[in-house]
Design a protein around this ligand. Structure first.
Ligand SMILES: Cc1cc2nc3c(=O)[nH]c(=O)nc-3n(C[C@H](O)[C@H](O)[C@H](O)COP(=O)(O)O)c2cc1C
Length: 198
């Protein structure tokens, strides 16, 4: 079982990273191989909507030769991709948005070739946010759900914690146990058991 965590906060030791720690530890003690990528350290150009990737069959084919190629290799390696992000302006961080836009080369829907290179992979969300629960996370979650439907991915659900006291909010036993529980849910789903969110 292989899980890729894309950690999208510009603060690599901030709230979102803190919440990823117990999640990742629970996966690893259960023999899941985890790759953790800090997007802040990566160069990811914004999609320039040239559609060149749409005419490259069977491979990613983006004209931007940047770190998105490494991220795509990791996406193709993983059984499950976790989008870990702070909520910024009711959506995700800018780096995470750049990654999501640059998914285009994985779906050959608009050019001379066809196919979906990441079909069937599982996708989940870990989010941290200043506002309360669903009020903060719903717009981003809805966007990811739609992207999953569009890309033949399986959306598995979201775990999020509100930032009330900076790092301390994510170090409570409740926050950490929630992250471990989400990890156990991912494992069950990867084993073909458990129920994913709709
Ligand atoms: C530019 C910016 C925009 C934000 N927008 C929102 C928002 O729309 N909704 C929300 O609930 N919190 C918002 N927040 C709060 C962050 O989501 C929250 O503090 C988060 O835990 C930060 O995580 P980090 O330390 O991993 O970056 C925003 C914070 C910043 C810096």
């Amino acid at each position: 079982m292989k899980v890729l965590i894309l950690m999208g906060s510009p603060r690599i030791h901030g709230n979102t990273a803190e919440l990823c720690k117990p999640f990742m530890q629970e996966l690893e003690v259960n023999q899941v191989t985890v790759n953790y990528i800090e997007l802040e350290k990566k160069t990811i150009q914004p999609c320039k909507a040239c559609y060149a990737c749409q005419d490259v069959a069977g491979e990613y084919g983006c004209v931007h030769m940047d770190d998105m190629y490494e991220i795509v290799d990791n996406i193709l390696w993983a059984d499950c991709i976790i989008l870990a992000t702070p909520i910024f302006s009711w959506y995700c961080s800018a780096k995470m948005k750049a990654v999501l836009d640059r998914h285009y080369g994985l779906n050959k829907y608009y050019g001379n070739c066809s196919g979906c290179l990441w079909e069937g992979k599982k996708v989940g969300i870990i989010a941290t946010h200043g506002y309360e629960g669903a009020y903060a996370t719903e717009p981003f979650e809805l966007g990811v759900k739609r992207l999953c439907e569009h890309s033949n991915l399986q959306y598995i659900g979201l775990y999020s914690v509100q930032d009330e006291e900076n790092l301390a909010s994510f170090q409570t036993e409740e926050a950490m146990e929630g992250a471990r529980e989400f990890a156990r849910k991912v494992i069950e789903l990867l084993k073909g058991k458990g129920k994913r969110d709709e």
